[in-house]
Design a protein around this ligand. Structure first.
Ligand SMILES: Nc1ncnc2c1ncn2[C@@H]1O[C@H](COP(=O)(O)OP(=O)(O)OP(=O)(O)O)[C@@H](O)[C@H]1O
Ligand SMILES: [Mg+2]
Length: 264
């Protein structure tokens, strides 16, 4: 192929799956997720058989899915059986991030169709249920009786269930599913989270009587160039309305910083 003057040649993409979730994950990130795992392990008494852990944030793009996936992997690496569920049925991303099939998944299963669990690379003890076909009524499905009985069934087979949830201030899904959670992790993106949105989230969680197990602070490294340009003015999330009412202008970010910390 002849390269035209000034034409930029596309570099081959690095294997994102490995870089973010697999063998090429940075040492700092790996250690941070192990620390998160330890904190989670200490958060539940031995009487809680198979805690169901929800992962959410106030706003979109704070790192919920990345945190959910890495937490599920870290837990499964101890040899315990773990189920990761992509419960963000409106804008699912687990399938895409891990190169899995989006369907059939959770939504199919909740409308009494087939929902198939999938495996991720060589973490033998991790099963993943992707989001499935986008349903018209995710909130009703998540808050419904079938979701509750599905989780109760699965608790017999796993040591932990991790649920990647939508953000709290945009849709009611997380609130409706909160009663079946044993604990909730709140992801806060250092260079972007809004105090107002966070306060609103905490208020809603308190009203719903949710047990917040801790906070995961992402993008702790500060600023740089990258990812969030895609979220500028929430364009990507137009289907939720103009914005969530709490958003502030997205800051610049450093998508390469992978510092994650968990606090109780
Ligand atoms: N701790 C972190 N450090 C740096 N980058 C991160 C971190 N966590 C996530 N990211 C990056 O931030 C971006 C958003 O992450 P992710 O998709 O996990 O967010 P989300 O909250 O699930 O978004 P959405 O609301 O769209 O579901 C991704 O590009 C991801 O690679
Ligand atoms: Mg997500």
């Amino acid at each position: 192929m002849v390269k035209k003057k000034n034409q930029t040649v596309k570099q081959p993409l690095t294997n994102d799956v490995d870089a973010f979730f697999g063998k090429n994950k940075s040492f700092a990130a790996t250690e941070a997720y192990k620390l998160l795992r330890t904190n989670i392990q200490f958060s539940f008494s031995t009487e809680t058989k198979c805690p169901v852990i929800g992962v959410t944030s106030s706003l979109r793009g704070e790192g919920k899915s990345t945190t959910s996936i890495n937490l599920a992997i870290a837990l499964a690496e101890t040899g315990k059986r773990v189920l990761l569920i992509d419960a963000d049925m409106r804008l699912p991303s687990v399938a895409e991030k891990l190169n899995l099939e989006l369907t059939p998944g959770l939504s199919n299963l909740l409308v009494e169709q087939l929902g198939m669990k999938q495996k991720f690379s060589n973490v033998e003890t991790l099963d993943i249920l992707t989001a499935g076909n986008p349903p018209p009524n995710p909130s009703e499905l998540l808050g419904g009786q079938r979701m509750e009985s599905f989780l109760n069934e699965q608790k017999q087979n796993y040591a932990y269930i991790v649920m990647d949830l939508p953000p709290v201030t945009s849709v009611s899904d997380t609130l409706t599913v909160s009663r079946v959670l044993d604990g909730l992790l709140l992801v806060i993106r250092g260079d972007y989270a809004s105090k107002k949105a966070l306060n609103e989230t905490l208020r809603q969680m308190k009203l719903a009587n949710v047990h917040i197990i801790g906070f995961v602070y992402t993008f702790a490294g500060g600023r740089g160039k990258g990812y969030y340009s895609k979220y500028g003015k929430y364009g990507k999330y137009g289907k939720y309305g103009k914005d969530y009412g709490y958003g502030e202008k997205a800051g610049k970010t450093n998508a390469n910083s992978e510092k994650v910390s968990a606090s109780k």
